[in-house]
Write a protein of this length. Structure first.
Length: 415
């Protein structure tokens, strides 16, 4: 494939390896010839570029959509509303990801039943299947993929062309089970759901069936439970993060450990217990594991309950993300800078603030290029009367939906 040829136009960087490096070197030389010397970094290798770019002559040349001196931040295109899942119609949804079948995009997303808020995710969460002609949607409800109780939807396509949804909780109840939050006698759960996770897990009834992994030959189901609830992944993984490597190996990030198998029902073996150096200050959760030609990567939701006291009055600078990376999967590094924050630019130039941006999942197209970031967001820009834990928990009393953010994988150059 020839390198992209552009003349004062958006030029996609979809070519990896030597050709991309030569192309970037040409861009660098022409910038210098025009008196536009790039900012010098201290890079000596691609590791200093967060494994999101190449170190050339002491300068990080970033793979799009990454930018910054160390290729540490993501660049986004403006978002157009309505989109994603949960805006039209208005339902509470909390993250997921999409699979493209060549014609339609299929989202598998955690949704609250019976008009309930996210506060009831321990009783009312199921996994919905929606479809759209464009990746940003808005997605139209198609069917229920996994019944109540199921949360943290992580859909993947397997090497044989079949599909799986990895999640937490067994999905063994009915499609509309849980509380009915539209009834006058509805009693709202008072405890923070984060504090109840172990209690919900302890209520697993292995005899009732269900699984934390459901499998299907079709994106329209039926979805079959394939791992027993006493399996390591179901028992020990809070928010498991699966990734299908191009060589067919299935990796999963599970409670700080990377495990692997040749199939979901095969033998899972430990690769490494990941030790992460400090990054953005806060608690790390909701991992998303992926690989690129440069190595292994993890995205996290990060929250800090002590910032912006006393109650997270303003969330424009709330901590929300982290990026970790490794060349070999064994030795890891964490960027000190958040890859993205709570500010979202809209088409037309306006910027909105969301109080939190969780459950990060990247969508990769058929060329292996990351093109969109799926996150669960709370629509409130602040919650002055909210909980003492601040911005991260505004979501329990405000509008929540699943956002699909287009990544800026285009670079303006003149060649």
């Amino acid at each position: 494939m020839a390198a992209p040829r552009c003349k004062s136009c958006p030029c996609p960087l979809l070519v990896f390896g030597t050709r991309q490096l030569l192309f970037l070197a040409l861009v660098l030389r022409r910038a210098r010839a025009a008196g536009q010397e790039p900012a010098r970094s201290w890079c000596e290798s691609d590791l200093n570029c967060s494994l999101n770019g190449a170190c050339l002559e002491g300068v990080c040349l970033c793979d799009r959509p990454w930018s910054g001196v160390a290729c540490e931040t993501m660049d986004f295109l403006p978002v157009s509303f309505p989109q994603g899942y949960g805006m039209t119609p208005n339902v509470t949804s909390w993250g997921g990801n999409a699979i493209f079948d060549g014609t339609d995009y299929h989202i598998f997303v955690s949704t609250m039943t019976n008009g309930c808020p996210l506060q009831e995710c321990g009783a009312n969460s199921r996994i919905d299947h929606g479809t759209a002609k464009t990746i940003t949607g808005p997605y139209v409800f198609s069917d229920v993929a996994v019944n109540v109780l199921a949360h943290n939807s992580a859909p993947i396509q397997l090497p044989d062309g079949s599909y799986a949804i990895v999640h937490i909780f067994p999905g063994a109840d009915g499609p509309d089970s849980g509380k009915n939050c539209s009834q006058p006698d509805y009693e709202r759960t008072q405890q923070n759901p984060r504090e109840l996770i172990n209690e919900w897990t302890d209520k697993y009834d292995i005899g009732r069936g269900g699984s934390c992994v459901h499998w299907s030959k079709s994106l329209y189901g039926p979805w079959e439970p394939i791992l027993p609830l006493d399996h390591k992944i179901c028992k020990n993984c809070n928010n498991p993060a699966p990734w299908v490597h191009p060589n067919g190996t299935i990796f999963m990030f599970c409670q700080g450990e990377i495990i692997k198998a040749s199939s979901l029902t095969g033998e899972w073996t430990s690769v490494v217990n990941v030790s992460l150096p400090p990054g953005p200050d806060g608690a790390y959760e909701d991992p998303f594991l992926y690989t690129t030609s440069r190595g292994f990567h993890l995205l996290f939701h990060v929250y800090n309950t002590e910032e912006n006291p006393p109650h997270g009055h303003e969330c424009f600078n709330a901590t929300t993300s982290a990026h970790a990376y490794s060349e070999d999967g064994f030795t890891w590094y964490t960027s000190p800078v958040q890859p993205y924050g709570t500010q979202i630019e809209l088409v037309g130039g306006r910027t909105i603030t969301v109080s939190t941006r969780e459950r990060p999942k990247l969508f990769f197209d058929s060329t292996g290029t990351m093109t969109h970031l799926f996150t669960a967001v709370c629509g409130a820009s602040s919650c002055p009367d909210g909980p003492p834990t601040g911005c991260v928990d505004c979501k329990y009393a405000n509008w929540d939906y699943t956002l699909v953010s287009p990544l800026d994988v285009w670079l303006e150059v003149e060649v």
